[in-house]
Design a protein around this ligand. Structure first.
Ligand code: NAD
Length: 292
């Protein structure tokens, strides 16, 4: 049977470490790390994510601020809010919860964030530094995945890592981190996407398969090599009348049939999700330390 990589367990351990560092920082400098989140509109999923981030801040002893804006807020107004946060000396880092409404240019907003406060790691400066292997804020989800591999000492050197998905926030940075000359890394990486042909032939070669394409239970047992490590980034609400909530959460991997073939596998929920949040906290702590 596979080892289940519990993101929740790893995240709880990292939160304890962060909380210790926070109290040390407070003792030494009198400052408490402070994270802000801008939320535009009322989208249920975005609200849930932002609330979880704010709650996680409380757990580790950070201060947090939520800037909630109406869904029809103008781009100029949002840029003004960003400018305020960029110039707020009391603030270590902030995020703008994506996706934004269609009338707002996400790239323009991302580029307006001061890179020294870019704790989501989406600014071109952060991504450029990441590619060069320089210290920077790494995108939270890929950083979380590397922490999961590290926690279980999963060997990566010389392994074939296949990433499904090439988004700017997950697949692309993930492929870069897995190829870097460090641990976890030193993989031979194949990045696949919507135009990839014969996907199954490629995934069957994966020692490590990282799945982030956003399609519920897309990866089936016949696509996975015996003994592989499978990390499922996807998260979807599927209607389920047998549940009190009316839905259940599934990933991009058909867990029940894939798990028996794996040496390690991350579940959904309780896998990559909690790691994404804890990585944001790690980046905020780094921002606070950089300031001192
Ligand atoms: P996205 O829609 O931006 O990108 C999806 C990628 O998958 C694209 O690059 C596309 O080319 C590729 N793709 C689509 N169909 C494909 C196919 N048939 N074969 C191969 N590649 C294909 O998605 P994203 O933002 O990267 O998110 C992916 C999933 O991860 C979503 O379910 C999202 O909700 C989830 N997610 C979870 C977390 C978390 O913290 N757990 C964080 C970010 C994203």
């Amino acid at each position: 049977m596979p080892t289940i990589i519990s993101g929740k367990e790893v995240a709880d351990k990292i939160k304890l470490e962060i909380a210790e560092e926070v109290s040390k920082l407070k003792d030494e400098t009198g400052r408490t790390p402070h994270l802000a989140a801008i939320l535009v509109g009322n989208d249920g999923a975005s609200k849930t994510y932002v609330n979880a981030k704010v709650k996680a801040c409380e757990v580790v002893g950070f201060r947090s601020t939520l800037v909630a804006l109406e869904k029809d807020v103008s781009e100029v107004h949002l840029l003004n809010e960003i400018d305020k946060l960029n110039n707020d000396d009391d603030l270590d880092g902030y995020i703008v919860q994506l996706p934004l409404p269609k009338h707002i240019n996400e790239q323009k907003i991302t580029e307006a964030i001061n890179p020294s406060k870019d704790v989501d790691g989406f600014h071109p400066t952060s991504l450029g530094k990441m590619i060069l292997g320089l210290p920077t804020f790494l995108p939270a989800t890929p950083l979380g995945v590397t922490e999961m591999l590290k926690h279980h000492n999963i060997p990566t050197e010389g392994k074939h890592c296949v990433v499904i998905g090439r988004s700017h926030i997950v697949g692309s940075p993930m492929s870069i981190l897995m190829s870097q000359n460090t641990y976890p890394g030193n993989c031979t990486v194949t990045i696949t996407h919507s135009r990839t042909q014969n996907l199954k032939e490629i995934t069957l070669q994966a020692d490590i398969l990282i799945v982030a394409l956003g399609k519920p239970e897309f990866v089936t047992a016949e696509m996975v090599k015996e003994g592989a490590t499978v990390i499922d980034v996807g998260i979807h609400r599927i209607e389920d009348s047998s549940k009190k909530s009316g839905f259940r959460l599934v990933g991009d991997v058909k867990f029940d049939e894939v798990a028996p073939k794996c040496s390690y596998i991350s579940p959904v929920p309780g896998g990559v999700g909690p790691m994404t949040i804890v990585s944001l906290l790690k980046n905020t702590l780094l921002a606070a330390k950089n300031k001192n």
